[in-house]
Design a protein around this ligand. Structure first.
Ligand code: IPE
Ligand code: IPE
Ligand code: MG
Length: 244
């Protein structure tokens, strides 16, 4: 058993943590279980990381749950993931609300099955006036599509005379992204040993610290999260300047 990790220093916590929750399938395979069992186990760790982030006082948590590329998976697996999402919200919405969590989605949810859209909309509506941790669940999310859509909307605003091309700065442009108004992620965690972004938050991760761990998502428990935060707190963030 690995040693316990110390509590993170509150003054140096990341404001925004983004997570690519990967490895559910491999977790199940190792146990000779169907991939769906890995997704179910992974769902419990979604609950854990939300709870822990809220307890620690982290302000924003963005979780990659379903990418625009994940439609390539067998229909049955996609269907199972959609069912699991409904189950997750049915089980967790009350607790998230009680914890003052703001629940949001990023990605094109209009392509999701109607019952999924309905529970998502209900959760967003119920928690919209909360003031605690913001949880963004990325569903049918793809960063290139998000950037293209932002460009399209900025172009429309130019065409309508609302803005001029000269006004399009990094800051104004980021206001067209789905994370508009939120700080960029400080820390990106990806589990399962893969070291790539898989089309996640390409614009927003410009200066994030990356933490890759071989731990599979269903095994990513409180200790593993603390380990990631400890690694983050050991990094020197220079943003191109010199260590202060
Ligand atoms: C991540 O686990 C969950 C989703 C992408 C929905 P995977 O299902 O990708 O698990 P692996 O990568 O096959 O192990
Ligand atoms: C990225 O994981 C998407 C999510 C975690 C939702 P994938 O398993 O789909 O990504 P690749 O195929 O390894 O790049
Ligand atoms: Mg994967």
């Amino acid at each position: 058993m690995a040693k316990n990790v110390a509590a993170p220093r509150p003054e140096a916590l990341p404001r925004h943590v983004a997570v690519i929750m990967d490895g559910n399938g491999r977790w199940a395979k190792k146990r000779l279980l169907p991939r769906s069992a890995g997704h179910t186990a992974g769902m419990y760790k979604v609950k854990t990381i939300i709870r822990q982030s809220s307890d620690l006082g982290i302000r924003y948590l963005t979780l990659y749950a379903f990418s625009t590329e994940n439609w390539k998976r067998p229909k049955a697996e996609v269907g199972f993931l959609m069912k699991l999402l409904i189950e997750f919200l049915n089980q967790e919405l009350e607790e998230m609300h009680a914890r003052n969590v703001i629940f949001r989605t990023i990605g094109d949810v209009t392509a999701l099955p109607q019952p999924v859209q309905d529970v998502l909309a209900g959760a967003v509506e119920k928690t919209r006036n909360n003031t605690g941790l913001t949880v963004n669940i990325a569903l049918n999310y793809g960063s290139r599509a998000e950037i293209a859509e932002a460009a399209r909307r900025a172009a429309q605003d130019v065409k309508a005379g609302k803005i001029t091309p000269e006004e399009i700065s990094e800051e104004l442009f980021s206001g067209y992204l789905e994370t508009s108004g939120q700080p960029d992620p400080d820390l990106l965690i990806r589990t399962s040993g893969e070291e790539r972004l898989s089309n996640f938050l390409l614009f927003q991760l410009a200066y994030a610290e990356f933490y890759f761990t071989p731990v599979l998502w269903p095994d990513f428990d409180e200790q593993e999260y603390l380990r990631a935060l400890e690694a983050y707190q050991g990094r020197g963030r220079r943003y191109g300047g010199l260590e202060s």
